[in-house]
Write a protein of this length. Sequence first.
Length: 263
Amino acid sequence: MPQAGPERLPEWAGVQPLFRWRLPLAERELTLCLLDLDAPGVAEDLLQEHEQARASRFKQAIHAQRHRRGRTLMRSVLGELTAQPPLSLRLQDGLHGKPELAPTPADGTPTWHFNLSHSGPWALLAAWQGPPLGVDLEVRDVTDAPDKGPADDDAVARRIMTPAEHAQFSLSPPEERTLVFLRTWTRKEACLKALGVGFQLEPHRLSLNAQPAAPWPHGDARISAPSQTEPPPHALHPGPIHWVDLALPAGCPLVAACAWLPS
């Protein structure tokens, strides 16, 4: 489990993340980069032709710009970590659309797994030479993320929470509900992204188990029994998915979590 908070590191050339830090996690080191996608002077030119084409399909210019900058950040960081030119990296979509590095000939080097999350003008990238991982980032003011719905919308809460989690949420003071909601959301979305299934699995099918004693809240998530139309839990993942809340730099109006599969 993590033992230290964010440590500001020297910036990479080219793309300048607002913050970059390393986190000891599960006996490995997780690299994290946080970027303000709307900041002046953020690079957005490390894209291949198909990535440029995808950005051009956004209807609003601000969303296209954020997409280009997020992908540039991803290529810049992964290029640095893998010691490859960023534009030479072969990225592909997994079974359910999760970006991943294309397989390379086996040379004994552990595979780099990564995940990118964005919310409003913010992007968070996590990468390590460990098992598949997922990361989620949400702006604390949920009005900036209309697709998530307001925290006081009970119907939304019921769709993402188990009955036990919803009961606990209902007992939370009104002024704390937004944070409780976003903590639950980020943990579950990070777990779904680690699994690589996205919302093919409904969030309320994941049951969160939190450990009380830790530098930061952490725990695991397990998949509940399926409906008749869904695959059995062992077909998705046979055991728990680990998660941890991320401590972001002071002053950031954000909530974030990272999840990973057992080795």
